[in-house]
Design a binder for this molecule. Structure first.
Ligand SMILES: Nc1nc2c(ncn2[C@@H]2O[C@H](COP(=O)(O)OP(=O)(O)OP(=O)(O)O)[C@@H](O)[C@H]2O)c(=O)[nH]1
Length: 195
């Protein structure tokens, strides 16, 4: 069986202001020598055949991108847009990942996909094995949630955690380090900006 999934659209969320970091988080240098953005694209490319970036505005690369219909309204906007697009492509859902979680690997993403394969209309979320708290930005969103996610994206608070917690969902747990995201410069060991 192929390790690369053809039914899920792989998404790298890379919109937002990166205001706490003070620079585009996608441009940070990952310890493995590529940018955070390249790393995020590579790891999801090992799991999903079709991959899009979400919300990124600069055009240094020609990588397929889904622009947010309204900018800086948070990740729920990108997720809703991605799920809508996946539904239009006849895909089963989206595997969403953030650009700012450098220790997450394709191995962790495959665990999510394996779980989803058992029940393909169910939400599947990554969670830290220390507190079971869900990571809405590392989750699989089946296309049956298309309309509900559009409503969420247009609502005032747009909290994906709250939205998922109000619905049936499966969780896949990983060590806490794997799902640590970086928001400020002092959270990036062994890394620096690529000039
Ligand atoms: N498509 C899209 N992605 C977003 C948006 N806001 C944040 N993200 C992504 O969601 C993930 C988590 O981002 P956050 O740390 O919550 O927000 P941020 O805007 O990047 O950073 P701050 O300005 O410091 O809050 C990252 O991968 C961001 O690129 C948005 O408006 N649209």
């Amino acid at each position: 069986m192929s390790m690369v999934n053809r039914d899920l659209l792989g998404i790298v969320l890379c919109g937002g202001r990166s205001s706490r970091m003070g620079m585009d988080k996608g441009k940070l240098l990952h310890p493995n020598g590529v940018t955070f953005l390249e790393h995020a694209k590579q790891r999801i490319g090992e799991v999903c055949e079709l991959v899009f970036m979400s919300g990124h505005t600069d055009d240094e690369t020609n990588f397929p991108t889904l622009a947010d219909p309204v900018t800086f309204r948070g990740p729920a906007t990108g997720v809703a847009m991605a799920v809508d697009f996946a539904a239009g492509q006849g895909l089963a859902g989206c595997l969403v990942t953030p650009v700012d979680m450098p220790n997450l690997t394709s191995h962790h993403l495959r665990k999510l996909v394996d779980c989803w394969q058992h029940s393909r209309s169910e939400l599947v979320c990554l969670a830290s094995e220390c507190d079971n708290r869900i990571e809405p930005l590392v989750s699989i969103y089946p296309v049956c949630f298309r309309d509900e996610l559009s409503e969420l994206a247009e609502s005032e608070h747009r909290s994906l955690s709250r939205w998922i917690n109000a619905r049936k969902h499966a969780i896949v747990t990983v060590p806490p380090a794997a799902c640590k995201n970086v928001n400020t410069p002092d959270e990036i060991p062994n890394s620096r900006r690529r000039d």
